[in-house]
Design a protein around this ligand. Structure first.
Ligand SMILES: NC(=O)c1ccc[n+]([C@@H]2O[C@H](COP(=O)([O-])OP(=O)(O)OC[C@H]3O[C@@H](n4cnc5c(N)ncnc54)[C@H](OP(=O)(O)O)[C@@H]3O)[C@@H](O)[C@H]2O)c1
Length: 314
């Protein structure tokens, strides 16, 4: 008989008191993972900065969180990750928040039709990787100033469908655009970014760790947003209903991000659901593909990203 005891499953009850801590959560739209991540952090007393591209939507989330947590300490920040100028403006505006304990790079788009941003970048790579890369670099001094900073990147099970890392010139279109391949590559990029960021932070002796999480499959607006460009009405509402019928709730989907943001974990840890195929369930530490552990690819992606956003760090 084995005497190894299984550790009890992590739940939101394990989140410590976060009074005095400042957390920035990107993409906090009502009903999404960012909303539920922000809600639980606020419930534990954190000062939560909700960073979204549409301030009226962010205000809706503020109202919803305040309805559940009357004393919630919330701030809002305008941030469009698909615009490097907007990211720079948001980071400059974030200076007033002082030291930042945790940055949750949650916002993202999935399976969008082909388009290029004002910076000449493909939309999914811009929103899911390059924007967060720049934001993280610009907020790094504030993360380090907290003395124990943490960067959480929200990746996906879909990273495993990427056959190669996105290492081509991001401003040049080569071949046919395949929306799901590019999404998978952007989520692989989140894991390569986490590994390389953590490695560089250690080398630079910065008091910040980088970790990653994925929600499994959660009933948010991600599918509707990606396929219709809107989160409700018409086909978007049909897609939302279909996804909700076969997935876990957005509240449950936020648990891996919450564990990654608050549990005592070593750098470069990846957290995901513990259930079948990591689709649902309480969070635990999970593995990642060989490509996501490719140090050479991580280094190259970092160099391309620095060049693309015009910022070298740490
Ligand atoms: N749901 C799942 O099953 C699932 C699975 C794997 C990974 N994920 C990841 O989880 C994260 C959160 O997604 P979700 O499922 O909560 O989807 P969601 O409900 O669509 O939320 C996505 C959030 O990202 C924001 N966003 C999109 N483009 C942006 C931009 N250019 N600048 C700033 N914010 C932007 C959205 O804002 P708007 O409301 O203004 O569009 C929204 O707040 C994403 O990174 C996604 O890849 C989700």
């Amino acid at each position: 008989m084995s005497d190894t005891k299984q550790a009890p499953a992590w739940t939101v009850a394990d989140i410590p008191d976060l009074s005095g801590r400042t957390v920035v959560v990107t993409g906090p739209t009502l009903g999404g993972l960012g909303h539920h991540t922000a809600l639980e952090l606020a419930r534990k007393g954190a000062y939560v900065v909700l960073a979204g591209r549409t301030l009226s939507k962010v205000d809706d989330t503020v109202s919803a969180i305040r309805a559940e947590v009357p004393g919630a300490q919330l701030e809002t920040l305008q941030l469009d990750l698909a615009s490097l100028d907007s990211v720079r403006e948001a980071a400059a505006a974030a200076a007033v928040f002082g030291p930042i304990d945790v940055l949750v790079n949650n916002a993202g788009v999935m399976g969008t039709s082909y388009s290029r941003t004002e910076d000449g970048l493909e939309l999914q790579m811009a929103t899911n990787h390059f924007g967060p890369f720049l934001l993280t670099g610009l907020l790094l001094p504030q993360l380090a100033a907290s003395g124990e900073g943490r960067v959480v990147s929200v990746s996906s099970n879909m990273h495993q469908f990427a056959r190669k890392a996105p290492l081509a010139d991001p401003k040049t279109k080569k071949g046919r655009y395949a929306r799901w391949r590019v999404y998978s590559q952007s989520k692989l990029a989140n894991l390569l970014f986490t590994a390389e960021l953590d490695r560089r932070l250690r080398a630079a002796k910065k008091p910040v760790v980088a970790v990653a999480a994925h929600p499994g499959f959660a009933g948010t607006h991600l599918v509707a947003n990606g396929q219709t460009g809107r989160s409700s009405g018409g086909l978007a509402s049909i897609l939302n209903g279909t996804v909700r019928g076969i997935s876990q709730s957005p509240a449950a989907g936020a648990w891996p991000s919450l564990m990654a943001a608050t549990d005592d974990l070593p750098g470069n840890t990846y957290v995901g659901p513990s259930g079948l195929q990591q689709m649902t369930g309480t969070p635990r530490i999970v593995g990642r593909t060989k490509l996501a552990r490719d140090e050479d690819a991580a280094r190259k992606l970092w160099e391309i990203s620095e060049e693309t956003v015009g910022l070298r760090y740490p």
